[in-house]
Ligand binder design. Structure first.
Ligand code: F6R
Length: 241
């Protein structure tokens, strides 16, 4: 693991955006795995600024998103599909056919999981996978379980994850109870993994995930085995080390 210390959220976001940008410059048709939520937002804003200045070209980039809430589609502001269009895709020149996000609206969810696994197979290995870290150690929506889950699957969201994500919804009851997520196989198969972590509320999860035992009860801990894993974390997130 390569640990890059950042002063704060802004510094973390710029450092992460630099790494993503270098990846796209070095390999313009990169497959980039993308996350949603507060953690990558600052990096996306920076990438958009660089694109607007003419420093970045996303026309060849292929993207795969990690996850989506069940029951939420583009019309819903809290859906991850909408998040990605609002904060990134509508502001850069990614080809729509190169954007891949699992659907939480599919009537046959098992078929949707298999379809998404097939999409991932057709793209080949992910060149750079961007991740945030859940307060319970989840990555994507791979929640703490008794085993590491390999392929795309449906999850029941834990109370702690629903509570943490309720900040994006008007009422707790509106937070979906389920999600579809890429499994850990494709995440750990990625050529390079980049995680951004900010804030004191993540300090425990960060310490447990990367400085404790590898266990499916803390899904992110599997990244300790990854040969090219970069963690960009700010002072608050590193405060328990
Ligand atoms: C979202 C995702 C999640 C988040 C995690 C942290 O696509 O994959 O694992 O990265 O829940 O969320 P934030 O960044 O909002 O604290």
């Amino acid at each position: 693991m390569r640990l890059i210390r950042a002063e704060n959220y802004k510094d973390m976001s710029r450092k992460a955006a630099n790494i993503i940008s270098a990846q796209i410059i070095l390999k313009p048709d990169s497959v980039i795995g993308l996350a949603t939520g507060a953690s990558p937002l600052g990096a996306y804003e920076q990438l958009v600024r660089w694109y607007q200045k003419g420093d970045l070209d996303f026309s060849g980039v292929r993207t795969v998103n990690l996850d989506e809430y069940l029951g939420l589609g583009f019309q819903c502001p809290q859906s991850y599909r909408r998040f990605m269009y609002d904060h990134l895709f509508s502001q850069i020149n990614t080809e729509p056919s190169n954007i891949h996000i699992p659907s939480g609206l599919a009537t046959d969810l098992e078929a949707e999981c298999r379809r998404y696994d097939a999409v991932l197979r057709s793209l080949g290995r992910i060149d750079l996978q961007l991740l945030g870290l859940g307060c319970n150690g989840h990555i994507g929506f791979n929640e703490p379980e008794d085993e590491f889950r390999k392929g795309t699957h449906i999850v029941h969201l834990s109370d702690s994850t629903r509570k943490a994500n309720s900040r994006f919804f008007d009422r707790m009851e509106d937070v979906p109870t389920g999600a579809i997520t890429m499994g850990l196989f494709d995440i750990v198969q990625a050529e390079r993994v980049l995680m951004v972590v900010s804030g004191k509320e993540k300090a425990n999860a960060l310490k447990d995930a990367f400085f404790g035992p590898v266990t499916p009860r803390i899904p992110a801990s599997i990244l300790q085995f990854h040969a090219n894993f970069t963690l960009v974390a700010d002072t608050d997130a590193l405060s328990l080390l």
